[in-house]
Design a protein. Structure first.
Length: 215
């Protein structure tokens, strides 16, 4: 299953590259720098997905004390931190030519930074507590609390006046994003979701083997 996910992810990423650079047109206002959107936006989607999995798996762990759920939450948090970091990095690269600065403390950027730090804390908390079960309980609580920041990140551009642009794919009224650009984005959504699945299954397997070795 893991190998299948890996090969599907590779194929989808290659199709995504072709769609990004060979199918989608050059954006008239921003030029080629706009193409980083095909990396930036799917990264945000995967980060949201990963942290929602952490939320659900953490609840299951607290209710049933399932080690499988705990490993799933742990692995998903690691992958989520990776893609959140990628989101911040690509956003900064995109922001420099369009905003004139690498970083600005507006609502979207500040809230996503807090999200990133909270899940880094989640991983650090697991490493700091020697008692595995106790660490898993504390991490599960933090994983649930941290998930409440996801709506704040997503809706920050609607609730406050920010430099970051509002949502484009789900905006009401006439579509602000041409269909050809949407198609390229959706290909990358699929590719990055498969990549998340591959990373997740690999990391869960490693965590299981580590637990068995310690036992």
């Amino acid at each position: 299953m893991t190998r299948v996910l890996g090969w599907l992810a590779v194929c989808a990423l290659l199709v995504g590259l072709v769609a990004d650079f060979g199918y989608a047109p050059r954006e008239m206002t921003q030029g080629n720098v706009q193409r980083i959107m095909y990396l930036h936006v799917p990264s945000v989607w995967v980060a949201y997905l990963a942290f929602v999995v952490v939320l659900v798996a953490s609840i299951v762990y607290l209710v049933r004390r399932s080690e499988t759920a705990d490993r799933l939450a742990h692995a998903s948090a690691e992958v989520g931190v990776l893609f959140t970091g990628l989101t911040i990095a690509t956003g900064s690269i995109w922001g420099k030519p369009t905003w004139g600065t690498w970083w600005t403390w507006d609502a979207r950027l500040t809230s996503v930074s807090i999200l990133f730090v909270m899940y880094l804390g989640y991983l650090l908390l697991r490493g700091m507590i020697e008692d595995r079960e106790r660490g898993a309980r504390f991490a599960a609580v933090l994983g649930i609390v941290a998930a409440f920041n996801i709506p704040l990140v997503h809706f920050s551009v609607l609730w406050w006046r920010t430099l970051h642009q509002p949502p484009s794919l789900m905006a009401p009224g006439p579509a602000p994003v041409p269909g050809i650009i949407k198609a390229a984005l959706y290909v990358n959504f699929v590719a990055f979701t498969l990549l998340y699945g591959y990373f997740l299954t690999r990391r869960v397997r490693v965590l299981r083997l580590e637990a068995e070795a310690e036992a």
